[in-house]
Design a protein around this ligand. Structure first.
Ligand code: MOS
Length: 732
């Protein structure tokens, strides 16, 4: 199997994973480790009046119970928002949300800690929690993605009122909780005032910064390691309370501590997708051309922090609309802080916008793809910039062909399969191309092997593999000879594996570091009279199969191993710091795609089965077709869950989550997931970054729920504007 960029190489860490040798954060051996188990609040608002730990302390194996009364002090004022995060990490008696950590029981085994945690008795002074939008007051956040929360183009209200055709509806999406295969886990150990942490995190440097700040120690004193992650999806993009609590507990009892989050605790202090209420109003001419677009977004945040679900951002650039108004508001409630969840903003926003576009297609009697083509944006109207590349037309075409869109008869309810209603729906997808500064190190040794490192985290996407391919191509060294290191703050700096940016950011640094190492080895040969390459011009050289040679005469050359060996060096080192240039000032940079779904709806039971999902995506250069395909179909499956199943339910009398378990919080299982296909539409983008990639982790979910909702409408004539689409909603 060729390992070149683009090749569908198997995961280089596949063997480690299937044999269990890959260490996830909870699995690092740590002699003498104590097990921490969090006690979570059973009220959503109020104060702790008393906390009785005596019974728990009498249990065998229990070492300590950490509460707000005896916990080490940490610095909690949030640097950005100036909010007191005391309630997050046992620094006060305030309860701000359901399932907030109120104590940590430490014992010599996990089971003893868990059992003793059930014996901690907390007495609360309860207050009536505010947990619905109607109970709070929406406000305009200072910024959304660094820009004003409102985007205004012309007079959208007047243009809507004057439009020949109008659709104007409210769409709602529920809170959804992260449940990757691997729940969060942290191990922390202090050596004097140095801290080592194994953390299930999407970004070790962000966790290091947070821990150093909270414990008042220099970042160099904190080492954070995350070698293998069982799924991140945004949920592991922040340093959550349990990570801080693990380090606090280790300090308190003077030994290493591990906290592994128990599945039901995933509905506690580790973030979730904000519910949204979204009004989308579209005004168009009879020809379907938009004259006005309004998208008003409401999300929620906690009493102790601000998170804004940025659902309206894609609306500012996806279609051409002369008049436009996009607003974001948030409401502070007695809930945990929401967080990023796969395409945060775009996933919820695309459900509303792309459902509304389907409604406009019906109102204007146009095919949904034709309507989108009539409003195709050839430039980003919001940024007022051309796209660095955009292949959405090709995505519509390739997707429609492969899906068989032409067999769709437009009238709702017009297609049947026996007694089942058949529905075909589609939606557009888009996700911004992000990039941050990143560094990498490449070492070539005297055996011709390479070690390449950057501190970014492979959250399960296949970064080890893709980056090995980038390094192999730049070095001209076979991929089996490359050992890739990731996920350690001792390695060169890298951003969070979030915002679909890791490959673009770190991949660019890897390429540059590899070229730097290669050039240094070449320089050794060129300067060495004993080398067949002595005196050659550097640009006359090429590298392949571990060997440097003259392009004009490939027989003249020698191996990396021979050059490094003769130089007397143990290794030759290349380094690079890669960062975005001013391309974002010249181009709007986004990936695009088209989503298609086919459903069967039971007319008597209202049950929806998705029988087929197909997505066509263009995201610049694809480093590994197999990994990319896997990311896309994973995102589409996430979208299926969003469309039909996922919903966190809260009892608004108590403010408590009612379905904090996987038997009542439903995720798609194999039987729910149909034939899922992803088409990789070719695209060359010379502008985005050194390696031409746009990022593929999130776009797979964008538009997926809308395509299914639109298919359900096509099948039944019933428009469900409130996710998830459950049978009760179809039967009324
Ligand atoms: Mo992604 S939701 O930005 O990790």
């Amino acid at each position: 199997m060729t390992a070149n960029i683009g090749a569908p190489l198997d995961r280089v860490d596949g063997h480690l994973k299937v044999t269990g040798a890959a260490k996830y954060s909870a699995e690092w051996p740590m002699p003498g480790v104590a097990y921490g188990f969090m006690v979570l609040s059973t009220v959503a608002s109020g104060r702790i009046r008393d906390i009785d730990t005596s019974r728990a302390m009498r249990e065998p194996g229990v070492l300590a119970v950490m509460t707000h009364r005896n916990a080490p002090h940490v610095v909690t004022a949030d640097d950005k928002a100036g909010v007191d995060k005391g309630p997050m990490v046992l620094q006060s008696d305030i309860i701000a949300y359901d399932r907030q950590p109120v104590a940590v029981v430490l014992a010599d085994t996990f089971e003893r800690a868990q059992h003793a945690a059930s014996l901690v008795i907390v007495h609360y002074d309860r207050e009536r929690p505010q947990t619905t939008f109607a109970m709070g007051t929406p406000y305009k956040p200072k910024a959304v993605h660094g820009k004003d929360a409102d985007t205004v183009r012309g007079d959208a209200a007047a243009a809507l009122a004057a439009a020949a055709v109008r659709v104007d509806h409210v769409y709602t999406t529920p809170a959804e909780h992260h449940n990757p295969m691997e729940p969060h886990a942290t191990i922390a150990r202090w050596d004097g005032d140095s801290l080592t942490v194994y953390d299930a995190s999407q970004g070790v440097f962000g966790v290091r910064t947070r821990l150093a700040g909270m414990f008042g120690i220099p970042p160099e004193n904190v080492r954070v390691i995350a070698k293998f992650i069982g799924g991140g999806f945004g949920g592991k993009g922040s340093a959550w309370p349990h990570t801080i609590l693990t380090a606090m507990a280790a300090k308190m009892i003077g030994r290493a501590v591990k906290i592994a989050i128990w599945r039901p605790q995933m509905w506690g202090s580790v973030g979730y997708r904000s519910p949204t209420i979204q009004r989308v109003a579209l005004g168009a001419g009879a020809d379907g051309r938009l004259v006005s677009t309004i998208h008003e977004v409401q999300g929620q945040t906690s009493q102790i922090d601000e998170f804004v679900e940025s659902s309206g951002i894609l609306t500012t650039m996806l279609y051409t609309s002369p008049a436009l108004l996009v607003t974001h508001r948030v409401t502070k409630l007695n809930v945990g802080t929401p967080t990023y969840m796969r395409a945060p903003g775009e996933s919820t926003g695309s459900f509303a916008l792309e459902s509304a576009m389907d409604e406009l297609a019906i109102a204007t009697n146009l095919d949904p793809i034709e309507l989108r083509l009539r409003n195709y944006a050839d430039m980003d109207q919001d940024a007022k910039l051309p796209f660095s590349s955009k292949s959405l037309r090709e995505c519509y075409r390739a997707g429609a062909d492969a899906f068989g869109w032409s067999r769709r008869t437009p009238a709702p309810g017009s297609m049947r399969d026996g007694r089942m209603f058949v529905g075909l729906g589609m939606a557009s997808a888009t996700y911004p191309t992000n990039r941050s500064a990143a560094s990498a190190l490449a070492l070539i040794d005297a055996f011709g092997n390479a070690i390449v490192q950057s501190g970014g985290v492979d959250i399960g996407t296949g970064s080890y593999t893709a980056f090995s391919q980038v390094a192999a191509e730049a070095l001209g060294i076979p991929v089996e000879r490359i050992t890739f290191g990731l996920g350690d703050t001792r390695m060169p700096n890298a951003p969070n594996a979030g915002g679909s940016q890791l490959t673009a950011s770190v991949g660019s640094a890897v390429k540059l570091a590899a070229l730097d190492a290669r050039n240094k080895v070449a320089a050794l040969a060129i300067a060495d009279p004993r080398s067949p390459l002595a005196g050659a011009a550097p640009e006359a050289l090429d590298a392949k199969d571990g060997r440097l040679f003259l392009k004009a005469d490939p027989s003249r050359g020698e191996t990396y191993a021979a050059i490094v060996e003769r130089s007397g060096n143990v290794m030759v080192e290349g380094r690079a710091d890669a960062k975005p240039g001013d391309e974002k000032k010249q181009y709007a940079m986004h990936a695009f795609g088209a989503q298609f779904a086919e459903v069967r709806v039971d007319p008597d039971l209202g049950t929806v089965r998705v029988v087929r999902q197909l997505g066509a995506f263009a995201a610049g250069r694809i480093l590994n077709a197999k990994l990319a395909h896997s990311q896309y179909i994973g995102g589409m499956t996430f979208g299926l869950g969003m469309a039909l199943l996922e919903e966190t339910r809260r009892d608004d009398r108590t403010g408590r989550v009612m379905n904090a378990n996987l038997s009542e919080y439903l995720l798609p299982v194999h039987a729910d997931v149909p034939a899922t296909e992803a088409i990789l539409v070719e695209e060359v983008d010379p502008h985005v970054n050194e390696i031409g990639v746009k990022g593929i982790g999130e776009i797979g979910i964008v538009g997926a729920a809308a395509a299914i909702a639109n298919a359900v409408y096509h099948a039944t004539g019933k428009r469900i504007r409130d996710l998830p689409i459950t049978p009760d909603k179809l039967l009324v």
